[in-house]
Design a protein around this ligand. Structure first.
Ligand code: HEC
Length: 111
C-alpha cells in the first residue's frame, strides 16, 4: 500500500516534469507498433530528433506522412538517415497530428 502511494506520487512527479515527457496513451501503442520508439523520444534526442524539435519545423500533416514514407536525411544534418517506414495512413495521420500538437504555441522558448 505504502509502495503504491509512493509510486503514484513518483508518477505524478514525472508527468509534471516537463523534461521527462512520455508519449500519450493513444500515441504510445502506435509508436511501439511501428518501432518509432527505438529512435525517437518526445523531447530528447535519441537516434533521431525529439518530436518536439520536429514540431518546430511546422510541417503539414501531409508532409510528415511523406517524410515517414520517404525520409529526407538532409533535413537533419548530424543525424544518421532514418529508414523509410510503411505506416498505414490512418495511423500515420494520428502520429503526425500529435507531433504537430507539440509545437510551441507562442514563444515558449526554453534556454
Ligand atoms: C532506425 C531509427 C528510426 C526509426 C525506427 C524511426 N525514425 Fe524517425 N528519424 C530518425 C532519424 C535518424 C531522423 C533524422 C534524419 C532523417 O530524417 O533521416 C528521423 C526523422 C524523423 C522525422 C523528421 C523528418 C524530417 O525530414 O524533418 C519524423 C517526422 C520522424 N522521424 C518520424 C518517425 C516516425 C513517426 C517513426 C515511426 C513510424 C520513426 N520516425 C521511426 C530515426 C528513426
Amino acid at each position: 500500500m505504502k509502495k503504491l502511494l509512493f509510486s503514484s506520487m513518483l508518477l505524478a512527479g514525472l508527468t509534471m516534469n516537463a523534461e521527462a515527457q512520455d508519449f500519450p496513451d493513444d500515441i504510445k501503442p502506435l509508436m511501439s507498433k511501428y518501432t518509432c520508439t527505438a529512435c525517437h523520444k518526445v523531447d530528447t534526442r535519441l537516434v533521431g530528433p525529439a518530436y518536439t524539435e520536429v514540431a518546430k519545423r511546422k510541417y503539414t500533416t501531409a508532409r510528415i506522412l511523406e517524410l515517414i514514407a520517404v525520409p529526407k536525411p538532409s533535413n537533419w544534418p548530424g543525424y544518421p538517415p532514418m529508414a523509410a517506414l510503411k505506416v498505414p495512413e490512418e495511423d500515420a495521420t494520428k502520429i503526425a497530428e500529435w507531433i504537430n500538437s507539440l509545437a510551441p504555441k507562442k514563444k515558449a522558448k526554453k534556454a
